[in-house]
Design a protein. Structure first.
Length: 417
């Protein structure tokens, strides 16, 4: 049985095709810069890497390119789409509609669409990914796995905002948190590499990518996280502002003569490191040697400073921290940002290893703190063992239970980052 797992993100689309017989990855790849100039599909199969540079104005075009690659005579691994038994889709926001993964039907899709108002950069992309797949594989069962599920363990004092309690009750306005599959997975992997029971560990996971969030994981459970009601809260991100005084919204509306939706669109799509740099939302663009100065550097430094503040806050929230993990595009690839976040946390018992940080080889899980460090730093770049039991967490049971009737065994993978 072969399972295709898809993560349609705001400007990227990751996929893996897995043979469930031996849990091997048959093909995987990444569409980058969707709806931005210079879109590219990197497809890995048969021990080779194929690069297709072609305009991807939206996710439907991207997914069609992926499916074409999977069956293509040159770089494909399938005779036809019928070989795919099920598709797992990452869906970002489930609000309080779903607390676990579900088999996708029309009603589920409608609810995911309805929740687009809570995650305007993500749910529409996720739904586009699902619809595009359904178009090509109308009979293949598909499962939605939600980013919010891992954070359902947050205590009420952490997820409540300082607003009227009745508004929380009536309108379900609260912190939900996102990137749940990533935080769950990298925290359990860190515990495994530390050879400790996760129940005995306090871990801070830093998922730093185009969207970024930081989570406090105490005893294996999310107890606080930086994203909130929507993925707009937290640190400044690729294009999202992150935390901002709510009074700025009215002020901007008055100053610019804009509507509330124009300002919300601005906060979601024109701010963050893109807004500060007034150049690019992509950290690689900002940090290329000759450009890494002025507003570009300011944007990156502000990002790292805000991440660091969460690290401090979550160490306080958990009364300590045993381990800090970096993951996602920026967290895995960028030594400058890791060093800016972790380089001078000596007061917390951190002894950061700058050499290990710089010399990290891609494709490894790597310790980037010195042996003497009380707090361990890990860098997680998933390549091998990606289908470990730890990663599956409670999800596996839920999915098994739900899908055995359909003789399906569908697992959400780390591609859902
Ligand atoms: P993600 O959302 O996890 O796919 O991460 C996307 C972000 O990671 C983009 O801002 C990229 O610029 C950034 N990124 C990817 N590779 C690198 C790299 N080698 N150095 C710095 N940033 C990177």
């Amino acid at each position: 049985m072969k399972i295709l797992v898809i993560n349609a993100g705001s400007s990227s689309l990751k996929y893996q095709l897995i043979d469930m017989k031996d849990e091997s990855v048959i093909a995987k790849g990444l569409c980058e810069r969707i709806s931005i100039d210079g879109s590219v599909l990197t497809h890995k199969a048969n021990g080779k890497e194929y690069v297709f540079k072609k305009d991807m104005p939206n996710h439907t075009v991207a997914i069609k390119m992926v499916l074409d690659a999977l069956v293509s005579p040159e770089c494909g691994v399938l005779k036809s789409m019928d070989e795919i038994s099920a598709v797992g889709h990452r869906v970002v926001h489930s609000a309080e509609d779903f607390t676990s993964s579900v088999l996708i039907n029309d009603e589920v899709l409608k609810i995911c669409e309805k929740n687009s108002e809570l995650a305007p950069l993500h749910n529409p992309a996720n739904v586009m990914g699902i619809r595009a797949c359904q178009e090509v594989m109308p009979k293949t069962p598909m499962v939605a796995v939600f980013d919010t599920a891992f954070h359902s363990s947050m205590p009420d004092y952490a997820y409540l905002y300082g607003i009227k309690y009745s508004d929380y009750k009536n309108y379900r306005i609260r912190r939900y948190g996102f990137h749940g599959t990533s935080h769950m997975f990298v925290s359990s992997e860190a515990a495994r590499y530390m050879k400790k029971d996760i129940k005995d560990l306090k871990i801070i996971t830093c998922h730093l990518g185009n969207g970024s969030s930081i989570t406090a994981v105490d005893g294996g459970k999310s107890v606080d996280t930086s994203m909130g009601f929507t993925p707009l809260e937290g640190v400044p991100m690729g294009t999202r502002s992150g935390n901002i005084d709510a009074a700025v919204i009215e002020y901007l509306m008055q100053k610019k003569g804009q509507t509330i939706s124009q300002v919300m669109n601005y906060l979601n799509k024109e701010c963050g490191v893109y807004g500060i740099s007034e150049n690019s939302s992509d950290f690689r663009d900002l940090m290329s040697d000759e450009k890494f100065n002025g507003q570009n550097k300011l944007a990156v430094d502000s990002f790292a400073y805000n991440v660091k503040k969460y690290v401090g806050a979550y160490a306080a929230a958990m009364n300590g921290v045993d381990c800090i993990v970096f993951t996602a595009g920026v967290g895995e690839n960028d030594p400058y940002i890791r060093s800016a976040v972790a380089g001078n946390l000596q007061y917390m018992g951190v002894n950061f290893d700058e050499d290990a940080n710089k010399n990290f080889k891609r494709g490894q899980i790597c310790e980037i703190s010195k042996k003497s460090s009380k707090v361990k730093f890990w860098l997680y770049r998933p390549m091998k063992n990606w289908l470990s039991q730890e990663r599956l967490g409670g999800l596996q049971n839920k999915l098994n239970f739900r899908l055995t009737k359909k003789t399906l065994f569908c697992i959400m993978l780390n591609v859902s980052r």
